[in-house]
Design a protein around this ligand. Sequence first.
Ligand SMILES: [Zn+2]
Length: 270
Amino acid sequence: MLQRAKVIAQVAQHAGIKPDILQEALKPTVTAIQRSVPSWVFLGPPGVGKGTYASRVADALGIAHISAGDLVRTVMKEQTELGRKVATVVNEGNLLPDSYVLQLLQKRLQEGARRGEEGVLLDGFPRTRAQAESLLTFSDVQLALNLSLREDVLIAKCLARRNCKECGKNFNVADIDLPASPTAPAIKMPPLMPPSGCMAYLERRSDDNFTTVKRRLEVYHSEAKPVEEVFRQAGVLKDFHITGGISETFPRLLAALQARGSITEEKQAA
Ligand SMILES: [Zn+2]
């Protein structure tokens, strides 16, 4: 970087112009392209149905659904330097460092911008405060929707997750129908059942048991707080409590996303 500044200073002196003007003219344009692509962020604990809602909302709004998990799996198959680095970390069972996650996302956003993508919905990202702060510098975050659901229902949903080992799709066999209590309203969530062809191939993750699910939720909440705080301070966080199944929740979700104009106004007023 210093070397670059030195060269610019020499060239500027030679050409008789101010170094800072030359520096400005030579700035990479990649940042400008990325900044113009609006993004929506879906936050929420395991079991909340984030992936399902994210893919349906992205389809409805005509924007791309970027899942952090898919990005990681894709890059691991590529014979690139980054792909090999990511594979090493993941295969050792470690969490990806922020710098790798950010590189993956920036690469994906650049490719999308080149294809003329008009917006992206981020699912499973950002996971840390540093990732969230960084995202705000290179993407125009319109809204971070913070999905929540009653804890007992979350646990039931996590325990009822099934994956088809034949086609790889995820389903949820939980049939939730809880009456209202003095502290909580009634909640009815029909299962997301697989087609009959998948039934024979359903698998449950070995670590989807009560103790690990409860622990995973605790870890999620402690890790999510700083991320929520970054978006709250940026004026783009919106809490969204789920109280029913997809057919009841989906229209409310779309309405919440379309009401984002009011958030922008609040941000400007602040
Ligand atoms: Zn299947």
